[in-house]
Design a protein around this ligand. Structure first.
Ligand code: DC
Length: 244
């Protein structure tokens, strides 16, 4: 059974009322989802969970085992022997892969590209989704990814789809890049983002798209503070309505 029932037992298909809500943050790469999720979690006292880190961790293990990213059966077998733990921190998640801290490694370019390819496989996604549902079952979480509001928690009480033009996202990524970014041009960062966007949006299984009941926040012309304030207001309003 999922979640905590605050009232009477609910019928099949009815939304589960948890004691604390699930907040779903979805959107394309580089939109600022992790920053937003960490901020909301801190502000409202929830846990932030970056589901992309789970795809990244498995992709890293697939790289280390020299697996073919197209081979879903092999990836699934690997997943069965894998333990991925996300530990929410003030900023982002600590990622443990079979007990080893891979938080930094999973952000490298090769793992980023591999995660995008590994995440197209339906059965592998199912494996991830089951774990993510278990992590968020009791609510009190801000879960961030691509399919949280559509697939993982279609009954999430707050759904925010954070978007921005690819050029803007690419430019932000480029400026955040630090020393490792020096050799890569801004154009290359934008090109890579667009490639990932295309894969995320066009895959057959759980493509990236806003849930029908998501609030779309387009941050193309918004500063970070404005985005955080707008999202905070959405959550605050919901929590007030929930109480009242
Ligand atoms: O959010 P991120 O950049 O860390 O995600 C890494 C990859 O994982 C990205 O290419 C899309 C995929 N992903 C997904 O398919 N579903 C999710 N819920 C989260 C990430």
């Amino acid at each position: 059974m999922r979640g905590t029932f605050a009232g009477n037992e609910v019928g099949a298909g009815a939304a589960v009322r948890r004691e604390r809500p699930v907040i779903a943050i979805d959107g394309p790469a580089g939109a600022g989802k992790s920053t937003l999720a960490a901020h909301l979690a801190r502000h409202f006292g929830f846990l932030n969970l970056e589901t992309g880190a789970m795809y990244r961790a498995l992709a890293l293990k697939a790289i280390d085992h020299d697996l073919d990213f197209e081979d879903e059966a092999a990836l699934l077998e690997l997943a069965g022997e894998t333990r991925i733990v996300l530990k929410p921190q003030m900023e982002g998640n600590l990622v443990l892969l079979d007990g080893v801290d891979v938080s930094r490694r999973v952000r490298d370019g090769d793992v980023t590209a591999a995660a995008s390819r590994v995440s197209v496989h339906p059965r592998l996604r199912q494996w991830m989704v089951e774990q993510q549902r278990a992590l968020g079952a009791d609510g009190g979480v801000v879960m961030e990814g691509r399919d949280i509001g559509t697939v993982v928690f279609p009954d999430a009480e707050v759904k925010i789809f954070l978007d921005a033009a690819p050029e803007v996202r690419g430019n932000r990524r480029y400026r955040q890049g630090g020393p490792a970014q020096v050799a890569v041009s801004e154009e290359a960062v934008i090109r890579e983002l667009k490639e990932r966007d295309a894969r995320d949006r066009n895959r057959a299984e759980s493509p990236l798209r806003p849930a029908e009941d998501a609030v779309i926040l387009d941050s193309t012309a918004m500063g970070l503070d404005e985005v955080l304030a707008a999202a905070e207001e959405i959550v605050r309003t919901h929590l007030a309505e929930r109480k009242g």
